[in-house]
Design a protein around this ligand. Sequence first.
Ligand SMILES: [Zn+2]
Length: 187
Amino acid sequence: MEVEEKNRFVEFVKKYGIFVIVGIIIFAVALTFTLIAALHKAVPTGTTRLDFRSPMNNATIIKDFSNKELQKNETLNQWEAHLYVDFVSDDASVNSILDGTVLKIDQPYLEGTTVTIQHANGFVSVYSSLSENVLVKEGDVVSAGQKIAEIDNSAAGELSMGAHLHFALKLNNSFVDPNDYLDLQVK
Ligand SMILES: [Zn+2]
């Protein structure tokens, strides 16, 4: 009786063992892919949403971020990458998008009056084409939503666009697409 059972088992393994092994392999591969997918979902690159305030109230985007497709710059009459997002609004106020510290206030020729603010986690926001009389100074601590300046057409590189905000977001010193981090169209 026992010998017969053993033989049955051996027969079973001979007949179906390969299916069991294949099944285990398929299960293991599927589990690996599921875990990889879950990890990607948990740590998406470039999609960490920030709890931010809009850089302008009731803002309209007139020129979006573009690092691959070149965009026509009507002022300079040339095609270029635009690592910024340009806003207009009836309200000229420009607000800090997050809590931070004013890192720099300068007036580069092409960008015009510019306020640069350092935030936590390696983020830096850059506000350009501002009027000269900014409301903050270097070293000031600002809070999210705090008015820091007003728009103007001080950016020589975008004069033909009129008064607007030329806004950039940097992460660890590199320009990033603000749309990946901020819901610019919503707020
Ligand atoms: Zn611009």
